[in-house]
Write a new protein. Structure first.
Length: 230
């Protein structure tokens, strides 16, 4: 399964190397095999974890037993901050995607690090605000935009915004899981984009024959939508 998500800044981007080295040295490293559960929803162990290699998928089981994916974490991202800062339990079950390594920092040690290394506290706040912004944008899109446009936005996060054409390696099921909609609804939305010449559906991939046209289509429905053009 592939979860599509725009790249955001992480501890690797936000911390000076000496501070990052100290943060990682303070914690305990642990490896996970592909598909191994890292934590369960409701766990109340206090601490901050840093994903140092691999990927982590976050989600929860639905009422019908299906698993609803909420996010994909990449190296340098963190989780568990609110167990330390707010005394709240974990909200999601996490499992590894591929060989994965995390560094766990106990709550008391994480608190001391934030006091002694203001850059660490600032980085955690920045990451929290970036996630909050991402969540608000996701909720806004669910309420305001059509499913074809939401799918187009998601596909565009995975391609070069300056390209004339590109390909996203993913299945229709991956899009459905990421957006929390049915496979049938996703298929219908993709067919509409295909009829408009915006996508071409292949086996395990979706071709974008006119990236700039797709960007223009999205921006016409959502003028505030932006992609990095660097």
């Amino acid at each position: 399964m592939r979860v599509l998500r725009a790249k955001t800044r992480t501890l690797y981007d936000l911390l000076p190397q000496p501070v990052l080295d100290r943060v990682l040295a303070t914690g305990t490293s642990r490896g996970f095999k592909d598909g191994q559960i890292i934590q369960q929803r409701g766990d109340d162990r206090q601490g901050i974890s840093v994903l140092t290699s691999g990927q982590i998928v976050a989600g929860n089981a639905g009422a019908d037993g299906s698993f609803l994916v909420s996010a994909l974490l990449r190296p340098g991202e963190t989780f568990g901050e609110f167990t330390v800062m707010a005394g709240l339990p974990h909200t999601h079950t996490l499992w590894s995607q591929g060989e994965t390594t995390i560094t766990f920092i106990k709550g008391s040690l994480a608190t001391r690090l934030m006091d002694e290394e203001p850059a660490f506290a600032h980085a955690l706040l920045t990451i929290a605000l970036l996630r909050n912004h991402e969540l608000l944008e996701f909720l806004d899109a669910q309420r305001r935009l059509t499913l074809p446009i939401r799918i187009a936005q998601l596909l565009l996060t995975s391609v070069d915004s300056k390209a004339r054409a590109d390909t996203v390696e993913c299945r229709q099921e991956d899009l459905a899981v990421t957006l929390g909609v049915s496979r049938v609804a996703t298929g219908k939305a993709l067919k509409r984009l295909e009829q408009d010449g915006m996508v071409e559906l292949g086996y395990g991939r979706i071709d974008l024959p006119d990236v700039q046209g797709l960007i223009a289509k999205v921006e016409a429905d959502d003028p505030l939508f932006m992609l990095p053009r660097a």
